[in-house]
Design a protein around this ligand. Structure first.
Ligand code: SF4
Length: 456
């Protein structure tokens, strides 16, 4: 049996792309290797959102090159966003690489392997405008939650971002294909489905169906099959400019759609947002947060923030601090600006020094940690619905799962609760979530949406 090894960097879309590539290799007769040394093909599925992942990829390539020296028949490939954007750099720095494949063309992996094996030569496919083909076999990492891509690429032009030149323009997956994938996953017993897109809430604008097809409509169709099976639905990631009232209503009314949203703000200063080409103001962003909290009580809001964007003054940074204090996010992914090659922001004057960026990032993280702990503390001695994912990484003798608000809960319970919805009374809060005590199983008729917590 030929064996494969896939190393995955980056976001959930890359995780799914790796699961799809594993499916393609399995159909070709490969099986998963226990280690890179055992593999006949090694793929590094790359991310290029910041400098660090790039450096890591070359470190891994160096290690895999040593294996290839001992085993010349080994096929070494680089896929994903870095392959698409930095193919010439990869070829120059790692001439022993046999394959380069862009994120829009992973369905072409078997063809490339055929070329490499039959013609014993390098092969690449890097087409930003390629039409992705929906997968039919996906080797998933989890048997509890699963990702489904609903829209590829991004039409935005945020000046700091590499995604549009890595994943190409937006292309929605036809709804009948999405619904079929969701149905199959529910039939397979999956308990949570996460709809993916760089701009998932832009879904449908490019579809020519003769009817209003957007994410709100898609969620309504999915809810019809998910809610009766108590399957949870999430969607990520969103752009504020596509947070329509219809979508907020759908979040408020559809049973299966979780009370959790990831809505990157990136900065709390209008001038910085303008230079980022984000296309909204702080006031507009705050009005969306207000609507979400009014319509979806207890909603958990996560965000992305960049500090140290070129030209960001101390005062502008303070505006970001003010926004974080005002919104009090449940979770935030915070980064120091990392200039990406071939992006406008990388060429802007007034690049901020690493020292200042580091200090601002540390200050922001300290603030967010304090907010997050305080917010979680308010949910102690509450009964929360938890989807059990399995043994806790923090304490393998205990179980771990997530709430509908995407917070982690660790508690004692028997392993056969895996994949089940249970009720846990929280008794200790942490930055990452809660510890608690099992108080019941949710295998009875669901209670009306929000009254549940109040009743118990
Ligand atoms: S919307 Fe997101 S993915 Fe698209 S360019 Fe902006 S930051 Fe990048």
């Amino acid at each position: 049996m030929m064996k494969y090894w896939i190393e995955t960097f980056g976001c959930q879309m890359n995780v799914l792309d790796s699961e799809v590539m594993a499916g393609l290799l399995t159909k070709m007769g490969y099986e998963k290797a226990k280690s890179p040394e055992e593999a006949d093909i090694i793929l590094i599925n790359t991310c290029t959102v910041r400098q660090k992942p790039d450096e890591k990829v070359f470190a891994y390539l160096g290690e895999f090159a040593k294996i290839k020296q001992k085993k010349p028949s080994l096929i070494l490939g680089v896929t994903g966003c870095m392959a698409q954007r930095e193919s010439e750099i990869i070829k120059a720095k790692a001439p022993y690489v046999d394959l380069l494949l862009g994120p829009r063309s992973i369905h072409r992996l078997p063809n490339l392997l055929q070329v490499i094996q039959e013609q014993r030569r390098f092969a690449e496919y890097l087409d930003l405008y390629d039409d992705p083909v929906p997968p039919d076999l996906v080797i998933r990492n989890s048997d509890i939650f699963a990702y489904v891509t609903v829209i590829h690429g991004c039409n935005k032009k945020c000046t700091f971002c590499a995604v549009p030149t890595a994943r190409g323009p937006e292309k929605s997956v036809p709804p009948e294909i999405v619904l079929e994938q969701v149905k199959q996953l529910i039939d397979l017993g999956y308990k949570e489905i996460i709809l993916l897109g760089q701009n998932v809430n832009a879904y449908g604008h490019d579809l020519n169906t003769g009817k209003k097809v957007d994410l709100a409509w898609l969620l309504e169709q999915i809810d019809k099959i998910a809610a009766p099976e108590k399957v949870r639905i999430r969607f990520t990631t969103n752009h504020p400019n596509h947070m329509t009232d219809r979508l907020i209503e759908a979040m408020a009314n559809l049973e299966s759609v979780c009370e959790h949203i990831h809505l990157p703000v990136q900065s709390g200063d209008n001038e910085v947002l303008r230079r980022m080409w984000r296309g909204y103001t702080v006031e507009r962003y705050l009005s969306i947060i207000e609507k979400l909290r009014a319509k979806v009580p207890n909603i958990a809001i996560a965000t992305d923030v960049i500090v140290g964007f070129p030209g960001e003054t101390e005062e502008q940074f303070r505006n970001t601090i003010k926004l974080m204090e005002q919104v009090e996010f449940d979770q935030a992914f915070m980064f120091a600006f990392s200039p990406r090659p071939n992006t406008l922001a990388a060429t802007l004057p007034d690049q901020i020094s690493e020292t200042v960026k580091k200090r601002r990032l540390q200050e922001l993280i300290a603030l967010q940690n304090e907010i997050q702990k305080r917010k979680n503390q308010k949910e102690v001695e509450q009964v929360l619905e938890v989807l059990v994912e399995g043994p806790s990484e923090k304490n393998p003798r205990k179980l771990s799962g997530r709430t509908r608000t995407n917070k982690t809960v660790v508690f004692e319970g028997s392993q056969d609760l895996k994949g089940k919805l249970v009720y846990v009374n929280t008794n200790k809060a942490y930055l990452w979530g809660f510890e608690g005590q099992l108080v019941g199983k949710a295998d009875s008729e669901p209670e009306p949406k929000m009254e549940l917590l109040a009743v118990i």
